[in-house]
Design a protein around this ligand. Structure first.
Ligand code: UDP
Ligand code: MG
Length: 208
């Protein structure tokens, strides 16, 4: 079995190597997968993100690949390109800044190995750390989304997910130009397991 991490990356030069180290260490500790693809999507970074990716030296069984955009298109476009290029039987979307631990991505992928009835595992934050106003607005947003579109998106869901290739294939058949992945994941269906995790502080750089 092969797993792909899809890593949307915008101006993450200081995070590329620490992320790679944490991801390859987590891969070495697990036994579900014998192949690991790290697929960075360089979203038109203006810093040394692509150069940092080129410097990575992957160990055996690990492949590093990158898609590099001509300008900044946004994380949604990055995730779509990731789905187009990923080769893993199981794929995970994970941020480059280590707010979402690679170890947890392997835990989520492990659920898919143990529970064939699920096709997707969606991480959610056990405790939102953004403060009361942000939390209230987020709740309002997801409530409005549900009443207007019928899509039930878990309020604390993130883009941090692991899923089988059939889910990726279904998402790739949705050619919407302005994408909202949390809604698209809900729209395409598939049995989804919610997986709690504790969001970490950003390793380096600042939120975009
Ligand atoms: N990102 C991206 N394109 C963008 C903005 C962000 O690919 O235009 C990536 C970013 O490098 C990170 C992830 O999306 O890996 C989440 O972004 P960020 O950490 O800025 O968001 P936050 O965690 O603060 O919500
Ligand atoms: Mg972040």
């Amino acid at each position: 079995m092969r797993i792909t991490f899809i890593i949307p990356s915008y101006n993450e030069e200081a995070n590329v190597a620490p992320f790679f180290d944490a991801a390859t260490e987590a891969f070495a500790r697990q036994s579900d997968f014998d192949g690991f693809e790290l697929l960075f999507i360089d979203d038109g970074s203006t810093d040394g993100t692509l150069a940092a990716i080129r410097e990575l030296v992957p160990p055996a069984q690990v492949d590093v690949r990158a898609v590099s955009f001509s300008r900044n298109f946004g994380k949604e476009a990055g995730m779509y390109a990731g789905l187009q290029h990923a080769t893993g039987d199981i794929q995970a979307i994970i941020d480059a800044d280590l707010q979402q631990p690679p170890r947890v991505a392997f835990e989520m992928a492990h659920q898919l190995i143990c529970h064939p009835e699920y096709d997707c595992v969606a991480a959610y934050q056990e405790q939102r750390k953004q403060g009361a106003v942000h939390n209230a607005l987020a709740r309002r947003f997801y409530k409005t989304l549900k009443s207007s579109s019928g899509m039930d998106v878990v309020a604390d869901a993130s883009d941090f997910r692991a899923f089988r290739r059939n889910v990726a294939d279904a998402l790739l058949q949705m050619p919407e130009y302005f994408r909202f992945s949390k809604g698209l994941f809900s729209w395409v269906g598939f049995r989804t397991l919610a997986w709690p995790y504790e969001v970490q502080e950003r390793n380096a750089g600042s939120s975009s």
